[in-house]
Structure formats: C-alpha cells, structure tokens
Design a protein around this ligand. Structure first.
Ligand code: RTP
Ligand code: MG
Length: 140
C-alpha cells in the first residue's frame, strides 16, 4: 500500500551538512519526494510531535536539541515507505546502528544529554498522518 512518511534531518544533521546525503539515500532507494523545507521548529510543534515521550527523562533535552537550529522536514511517498525509511535510518542509538544505515554510517555518541541521531522518521501510518499535519499543514 502506498504510504507517506515524515522525515526530519535533525539540527545535528543540518549543522553537519548532511541534508543532501540523507535525501540522496532516500531518493536512491526509490522513494518519491513530495515536500521538503528547511524549518525552525517551535516548542508548540515539538510538544505535538513528541507527545508520546512527554515525561520521559530525555524529553526536555530532546526538545532543547530540536530547537537548537533548523531541521530539514521532508515527506516521502512509496510502497511501505514508513518501514523502508526506518530500515534506512537504522537503530535509534547511533553507536550500535548497523553500518550501511544513515545513523550507523554517519552518527556516533557525542556524550550529550540526548542521543543526536541525525534523522527522524514516522513509526506508523497514524504517526505519519499526525506528523505531516504538524510540519506541512497545507499538504494535500
Ligand atoms: P525518531 O522518533 O527520531 O525517528 O527516533 P526513534 O523512533 O528511533 O526513537 P524514539 O524512541 O521515538 O525517540 C525519539 C528521539 O529521542 C531521542 N532519544 N534520546 N536515551 C536517550 O538519550 C534517548 N532516547 C531517545 C533520540 O533523538 C530519538 O530519536
Ligand atoms: Mg520515534
């Protein structure tokens, strides 16, 4: 079934100049870019985006990290793209993410309060619909 997923190149990825590399990998896999914009998140957007994590020990550092600079927000489309992008991204912890994945090839532990792992990708159809409405409210 054709799906859409919300991808964020997080502030660490944008600062390191990895936006092109991340988008290249997703396009090379065969998914279709349907929206893309450099955006500065607001606290309100992040409260909605990370609602499931509210109250966890990493929540506040995560929000501060996500506010620390612009993110590249993108929507990709394709068959099973939600699962497909999460496979491209690799495990949440970049230290153990497998080589060949975005986080495994490009990320590492920087000894900071929250994992800075370059990308976000929606984890379900429900999440992708909710997240796309936050980041691209006008997208049909
Ligand atoms: P994402 O939502 O960014 O695609 O990543 P994910 O599903 O692999 O990870 P999730 O569990 O949803 O966590 C969201 C983000 O919070 C940061 N995190 N840090 N213990 C920690 O330091 C920790 N745990 C989570 C990461 O940036 C993670 O991507
Ligand atoms: Mg997640």
């Amino acid at each position: 079934m054709t799906q859409r997923t919300l991808v964020l190149v997080k502030p660490d990825g944008v600062r390191r100049g990895l936006t092109g590399e991340v988008l290249r990998r997703i396009e090379a896999k065969g998914y279709t870019l349907v929206a893309c914009e450099l955006k500065q998140a607001t606290r309100d957007m992040l409260a909605q985006h990370y609602a499931e994590h509210e109250g966890k020990p990493f929540y506040e550092p995560l929000v501060e990290f996500m506010l620390s600079g612009p993110v590249t927000a993108a929507v990709f489309e394709g068959e099973r793209v939600i699962e497909g992008f999460r496979a491209l991204a690799g495990a949440t912890d970049p230290t153990v993410a497998l080589p060949g994945t975005i986080r495994g090839d490009l990320g590492r532990d920087w000894g900071l309060k929250v994992q800075q792992n370059i990308v976000h990708g929606s984890d379900s159809e429900e999440s992708s619909a909710r997240e796309i409405a936050i980041w691209f409210p006008g997208l049909a």
